[in-house]
Design a protein around this ligand. Structure first.
Ligand code: AMP
Length: 279
């Protein structure tokens, strides 16, 4: 595995594979890699000959009171994990080279970024769209893979790639969960022992809600779900049913939908989502 830290070296390495006629997949991450990230690498491998993965904790997507400084960083262990999955290129740029002094460009994907995580984390999706577009232009893969764990993010990036005519296929990969159903996340390390035991109820509650949505009104079922989560100790940020394609709010289940939640458990903000389809 080549470990590359600058954009010109990255371009040269990717071009060398291109000249051999190889198809390139790209998996961007913020590191602190877990089995969810590694599943994206395996997914990417099925769609390409060469896998490039990046590790970059993107300062532009953290709010002033968020965890940019304390976000888990474990470069060496991460590179070992990528190498164990036979990743050809690990790209680890630094913040100064990605966003040097004088950097002035903004990218904002209107519509899809509004509501849900966009409402509680102002600037978050602009920061994501900016770094992902920059990384995509640097790597120029044939295909880029993102997790459905961050469902709104996947749709923001899909829209951005479409609007900007990026010649890159954006693919979503399924959520990887712990055995007890908790969606894997680099931030799960923030949970204490007691919170870790409660955390899987978020997924269990989503599944119960999905069942009830087949029979009862969306509003009453979502209210029930919020009460359930609150009674377990969660502070619910949002719990919503949206249409699966554009994330427009839905007040009844008449088309493929996504049930999305964000809830705090102590200091840790957990997000999760599941597909819900009309019978
Ligand atoms: P992050 O390092 O958290 O920015 O995530 C990098 C990529 O991994 C994003 O596309 C995430 O959606 C994806 N990802 C993170 N956790 C999971 C998971 N549990 N299952 C599937 N994909 C995930």
């Amino acid at each position: 595995m080549q470990i590359i830290r600058t954009s010109p070296e990255l371009r040269a390495a990717v071009n060398a594979y291109r000249k051999q006629g190889k198809r390139i997949a790209f998996v961007p991450t913020m590191g602190a890699l877990h089995a969810g990230h590694l599943a994206l690498i395996e997914f990417a491998r099925k769609h390409a000959d060469v896998v490039v993965s990046s590790i970059f904790v993107n300062p532009k997507q953290f709010g002033p009171n968020e965890d940019y400084q304390t976000y888990p960083r474990q470069e060496e262990a991460d590179c070992e994990k990528l190498a164990s999955k036979n990743v050809e290129i690990a790209y680890l740029p630094d913040a100064k080279s990605m966003f040097p002094e004088g950097f002035s460009t903004k990218i904002s994907v209107e519509g899809i970024k509004e509501g849900l995580c966009g409402a509680s984390r102002p600037g978050f999706f602009d920061g994501v769209a900016l770094v992902v577009s920059k990384l995509l232009i640097q790597v120029m893969p044939d295909v880029a893979v993102f997790g459905e764990k961050d469902y709104q993010q996947l749709l923001v990036i899909t829209q951005m790639a479409k609007d900007l005519d990026l010649p890159i296929e954006i693919k979503g990969a399924p959520i990887v969960r712990e055995q007890d159903g908790l969606a894997m996340s680099s931030r799960n390390v923030y949970l204490n022992v007691e919170e870790r035991q409660i955390a899987p109820t978020i997924f269990q509650t989503l599944q119960l809600i999905a069942g009830k949505l087949q029979q009862e009104s969306v509003e009453s079922v979502l209210n029930w779900g919020k009460e359930q989560l609150a009674s377990k100790g969660f502070r619910v940020d949002y719990l919503e049913l949206r249409d699966a394609a554009m994330l427009k709010p839905l007040d009844n289940l008449h088309k493929p939908a996504r049930l999305l939640v964000a809830a705090f458990l102590g200091k840790c903000r957990l997000i999760d989502n599941i597909a819900v389809n009309p019978r």
